[in-house]
Design a protein around this ligand. Structure first.
Ligand code: MRU
Length: 366
């Protein structure tokens, strides 16, 4: 997508042909900065610190992390060590495991002398596939938005989204945002309610920044607002991304997603989840009890980053001194609360039949 007129992706190989460029998402929305990753350790740190984040982008970064690792040591033990180091960076998004498994499989049948080249090629292939998959999700999801517009052509389609499942969370386009960008570009009037998404504020910091740069009308709301909006007919469609969908359709996504799904269910608002098939964990059925939920540092809850009136970026404490805090990064929305999935192969119901119907090849192998 474009930033100040320049087409950007979230990750690329630099002009030197080997170092990996990323947008440093910890600086947004106050500054647009890029960074160079030059080693396995730097790639792992970029994922852990959330300089790169979002399930698909984590998977692509890990793949490039394997390529950087092969430059340091292309032996068999190094392949396993790099795989394990990167897998340990974040627990919830299954795209990480998926991307790393793909690299390990390819490297296991490649002689060490050729592993650097092969790892970069596979990482690049994963990145290109991600762009095409998100583009396809966009086309599939735009049909939903178009349908809502045709039903009520005299006002914009009001969407609500949580966290950032935008192009910053993928290589380009995003998952939940791809249909929104395509609808907007096709002249369908849309307006997006953007949940702030505490504690890290991915909605206020990243989704709002993205939508603003693309000219998509939007309004940032505090996280607790969605229920009120839905009760008053102000949301036509809730659409979110996901970090892991189980074979029966349970959905892990940023903390607070479950509450939005409950409110949507209670108010008859369609609640759709956009995902690439790399986000499906075919090995797991019960998401509520089976998906590992990341817990992160207390400071994400006790502090917040902001820009002062004179332009300084500061972190300030917002919790009473001494109070213990808890920081769960994700929650799981049971499949029964999900209206359907938007995937690269089409729309489907949020259950085993729906997913296996679109992806019989994967479902059979598991
Ligand atoms: O902790 P984050 O910012 O990595 O969480 C991101 C999300 O929860 C996204 O909704 C999810 O990864 C889908 S991204 C297309």
């Amino acid at each position: 997508m474009k930033v100040d007129g320049i087409h950007r992706r979230t990750i690329w190989v630099d002009a030197d042909g080997w170092s990996v460029g990323i947008i440093d998402q910890t600086a947004l929305p106050f500054a647009f900065r890029t960074r160079r990753l030059t080693s396995l350790e730097e790639a792992a740190e970029a994922i852990t610190s959330m300089a790169v984040r979002g399930a698909p982008l984590i998977g692509v970064t890990a793949a490039y992390g394997m390529a950087l690792a092969m430059r340091e040591d292309a032996g068999d033990r190094a392949v396993d060590a790099a795989h394990d180091r990167l897998l340990a960076t974040r627990p919830t998004a299954v795209n990480l495991r998926w991307g790393l498994a793909r690299l390990r499989e390819v490297l296991s049948v490649t002689p060490p002398a050729d592993r650097v080249r092969r790892a970069y090629a596979e990482a690049a292939a994963i990145a290109e596939e991600d762009v095409e998959v998100c583009r396809a999700i966009g086309r599939q999801g735009m049909a939903l938005i178009r349908g809502l517009h045709q039903r009520n052509p005299h006002r914009p389609v009001n969407l609500l989204t949580h966290c950032n499942a935008g192009w910053l969370a993928t290589v380009d386009w995003g998952t939940a945002t791809a249909p929104i960008y395509m609808a907007h570009d096709a002249g369908i009037p849309v307006h997006v309610w953007v949940d702030e998404t505490r504690p890290r504020s991915q909605g206020a910091f990243l989704t709002a920044w993205e939508l603003g740069h693309h000219g998509v009308p939007h309004t940032v709301v505090a996280d607790n607002t969605g229920g009120h909006l839905m009760q008053h007919g102000m949301v036509d469609l809730a659409v979110v991304g996901t970090d892991r969908v189980t074979a029966r359709g349970d959905v892990a996504n940023k903390i607070g997603t479950y509450l939005k799904a409950l409110a949507a269910h209670d108010n008859g608002v369609p609640f759709w989840v956009a995902l690439p098939s790399s986000t499906i964990d075919w090995l797991l059925e019960d998401g509520v009890h089976g998906i590992p939920i990341e817990t992160r540092g207390d400071e994400e809850v006790t502090e917040i980053t902001g820009r002062t009136a004179d332009g300084r970026i500061e972190r300030v404490r917002i919790v009473a001194d001494g109070s213990p805090v808890a920081n769960y990064g994700f929650d799981v929305t049971p499949a029964r609360l999900v209206s359907g999935f938007i995937t690269e192969r089409g729309l489907c119901t949020a259950n085993h039949e729906g997913l296996a119907g679109l992806f019989p090849d994967h479902a059979e192998r598991s």
